[in-house]
Design a protein. Structure first.
Length: 67
């Protein structure tokens, strides 16, 4: 599964790499929302996918902080 590989990739990264990935995902989400508001977005499902990826990154960051 694609999500399992992505999750394993996230778990192998350190805190700084996760923070950088979180920032880039949030920027992408902002750009997607902007494109959606101006009717330039073709794949609206990408917004949901990026939101879930942000949640996955935050979950891994919390797990590493608690461990």
């Amino acid at each position: 599964m694609k999500t399992n590989k992505y999750l394993e990739e996230l778990q192998s990264k350190n805190a700084a790499e996760l923070a950088a990935e979180l920032v880039s995902a949030k920027k992408e989400l902002f750009n997607l929302r902007f494109q959606n508001a101006t009717n330039q977005l073709d794949n609206t499902a990408r917004i949901k996918e990026v939101r879930k990826n942000i949640a996955r990154i935050q979950t891994v960051m919390n797990q590493k902080a608690n461990a």
